[in-house]
Structures are given as C-alpha cells and as structure tokens.
Design a protein around this ligand. Structure first.
Ligand code: SF4
Length: 401
C-alpha cells in the first residue's frame, strides 16, 4: 500500500519507518484528516495535557471528514479531555502495587512486567497514562534486571504478562534476550504478551519475530482491537503469522462511548475477530482515568451490550465484561441467575424466558447461597419448568437364565 504523500510500499510496510514517521503535530495530522482551525487549536490544547502520537498506518484508517470517527476518538486529542472532574491519574493504583519499577504484582501467581513505556499510538483512554505519557523510554537494563530478579525470587509466579507500553517495540534481539532470561526461571510456566501492534502497527509482526516467539513456547498473546474498522487485511495478515507460529490469540476491548458502546458495532467486532481466529476475551469497562469523561460509559450500558451478545452470537465469541480494580478484575454480568424458590432455581434465558430448574437443597450449608425468591415473585403458572421430581422410564426387566 502507498502512504499518503507518495511514500513507497517498502517504507509503508516497514515498522521502523512507521515508528519514525509517527504523527505528533497538527500539521502532520492535517495530511490525513481535514481539520478546521478550531479543531486544530483544540488538538493542540488537549495534546499538551497528555502526549499523543499516531502511526501513519492507523491514521490512514481514520475518516478524514468525520470528527466523530470512532478511530479518531481513540487517538486524536479532544478538548473534552480537559473537562473531567472525577478522573484519576492512576486509577488502578499500579504504582502502589509495584514492588519494583517494572513489575505490577496484584495476584499471587502472576505479574505484569512493564518493559517499556513506548507505544506506536498513545490511546486517549490508557490507564497507564501515568507511565506511557512520558518521554519514550525502553526500560533500562537495570530496571529489567530488577524485574527479572523479583520474578526469580518469587516462586509462586508461574505466569508473566510482558507488557508496557508495547513490548513488541523492542528490537528482535532484545526480545530474544528477554524471553531467554524469562525461560531460564524454572517456575515461570507461561509467558503472555499484551501488545496492540496487530491493530496499530501490524507491520511489526514479521516472520523473524514469529520465529523468536516460537522458540520460547508456551507463549500466549492478547491484542487490542476496539472497532471493526481496525480489522484490516494487514491486521489479518499479522494475526495469521502469529497463529502460524503457534501463538494463541485473544483480544481485549475497552468499552468506549462513541466507539463501540453499541450492540451492532460490538457484534461486528467479535464476528470479525472470530473470522481472524482471534478469540474475543475481555471487554474492559473504561477506567476512571483523568481526561476520559467523554469516553466513559455507565456499567449499565456495558451490561446492555453484553446482553445483546449472549445468545445472539457464537458462545466463545462472547467476551468477559470486567471492571478492573486495584485488587483485580471483577466480572460484570447481566442477571441470569434469579434465585432459589424452594427446591428449584429460577434462571432467565438469553431471550427473556424464565426457566425453573430442579435443584434440591442439600444438607450442608451452601458455600455460595442463592437469593431466596418470595413466593409471589414468579408465579408457577407463568414459568416453564422441568418435571420435578423427574420421572425415569422403568428399567427393562433382566432376562431370566
Ligand atoms: S497501546 Fe496499550 S499501553 Fe499503549 S497507550 Fe494504548 S492502551 Fe496504553
């Protein structure tokens, strides 16, 4: 593909070219989008509050004429960022959960290992804004050594999420070295990557990178697509290379107002991901991050989107909607389990029907008690049920002799 401005395909397809030509001024952005004078001023004002940068590839996917374009909303600074009364700079208190600079340790058996603060594009809703918004800095050898030493000293850590920023912005040589050192720690069973490069810099997924990953299995990878328009031929090629190298792919999406807080858009996204063999894994509720009031939805909106997915698409295409907290992720579910009525449990199915399922009370007090439903809540006559007690056909008589 040719870049706007007459750059050749060889340059466009080179991830290093994309990185060195990242767009970070209104003048450069004006080569991709039609910007009015007021919008230019607003981008300048908001961009001073939180650093911005966009790969030419990602900018080329934006609608040049639509300021509400869902891809623009994710990456182009908006003046509304300056108007957020309740947002916090580090809503997950990650800095308090970091025993050493590069490691976030919340769950006993796994850690996030932040090896760089550089990303191809700086998403306006990134909860690591406290970290990625600074000057580009791959972590120094000292900080990485410190992180590796922490992981090596904690035998309970069996799962390391290598993240950032974007760890795939390491050179191949540095990645190979990092993976080799992690693999040398006996108790590290799996290594996961969190990277948005398949979406914002698919050129980074090269055959050589995939060979490096394949040498250090088991490697898992979660990427980050938010809108069906990001599912391009280039993104599909990048995911195909990773899959061919044996790397299972999941996707995490952030629920964002005006981007994907809509059942049809979310369904198109998960269907497109499934066609690319990427499993939709998480929908994250947008964090209470400073400058994101215009992007945050209510949790009720997220439940509405989830309800429009469950039963309306392939079961494993339905991601987990979660709220991340400083203590870990909490699943958010529309209410399907209504409660107990005597020896039955009442559930609501995907299409709204209420079903009674026999579930006799046991002798032991249940570890997870269900809410008791009042008798009048769901009148028997209105709700279908499985016959209870269940009747079995009589056993066939055993032939004599
Ligand atoms: S790519 Fe990920 S880490 Fe980087 S700015 Fe976006 S959300 Fe944050």
């Amino acid at each position: 593909m040719s870049a706007p401005g007459g750059h050749g395909a060889a340059q466009w397809d080179d991830w290093r070219w994309q990185m060195t030509h990242r767009i970070a001024t209104v003048e450069e952005l004006g080569r991709y989008l039609r910007l009015g004078d007021a919008e230019r001023e607003q981008i300048r004002a908001a961009g001073r509050h939180y650093r911005w940068s966009i790969t030419p590839y990602y900018a080329s996917l934006m609608d040049p004429d639509d300021p509400a374009c869902p891809l623009r909303r994710q990456q182009v600074p908006a003046v509304q960022e300056l108007d957020d009364e309740i947002g916090l700079p580090d809503p997950l208190y990650e800095q308090d959960n970091s025993p050493v600079d590069a490691v976030v340790h919340v769950y006993p058996d796994r850690v996030a290992f932040k090896v760089t603060n550089v990303c191809p594009t700086y998403c306006r809703y990134c909860f690591r804004e406290y970290f990625v918004g600074n000057e580009d800095e791959h972590h120094t050898r000292r900080k990485i050594d410190e992180g590796l030493a922490y992981i090596a000293a904690h035998e309970a850590i069996r799962d390391v999420l290598v993240t950032g920023g974007d760890p795939f912005l390491f050179s191949d040589r540095r990645l190979e070295e990092l993976l080799g050192r992690l693999r040398a720690i006996g108790h590290v069973e799996i290594i996961r990557f969190g990277t948005r490069t398949p979406c914002t810099l698919p050129q980074r997924i090269t055959p050589e990178l995939c060979r490096i990953l394949a040498r250090h299995h088991p490697i898992w990878l979660n990427t980050h697509f938010n809108h069906p328009r990001e599912l391009t031929a280039e993104a599909a090629r990048a995911c195909g290379l990773l899959l061919a190298a044996g790397v299972p792919l999941g996707n995490q999406t952030v629920l964002l107002k005006g981007v994907n807080d809509d059942a049809q858009v979310m369904r198109a996204l998960v269907h497109g991901l499934l066609r690319m063999r990427v499993r939709p894994y998480y929908i994250f509720h947008c964090q209470l991050l400073a400058g994101t009031a215009h992007l945050r939805t209510s949790i009720e909106k997220g439940l509405e989107v989830m309800q429009a997915l469950r039963g309306h698409t392939t079961g494993f295409g339905v991601p987990n909607y979660v709220l991340d907290t400083p203590y870990g992720k909490v699943p958010l579910l529309p209410q399907y389990l209504l409660g107990r009525a005597g020896d039955e449990v009442l559930v609501r199915t995907w299409n709204g029907a209420v079903w009674r399922e026999p579930n006799p009370r046991g002798n032991d007090p249940p570890a997870v008690p269900l809410p008791e439903l009042p008798d009048h809540a769901y009148p028997d006559a209105a709700t279908p049920r499985r016959p209870f007690p269940a009747t079995r056909p009589a056993a066939a008589p055993v032939p004599a002799g």
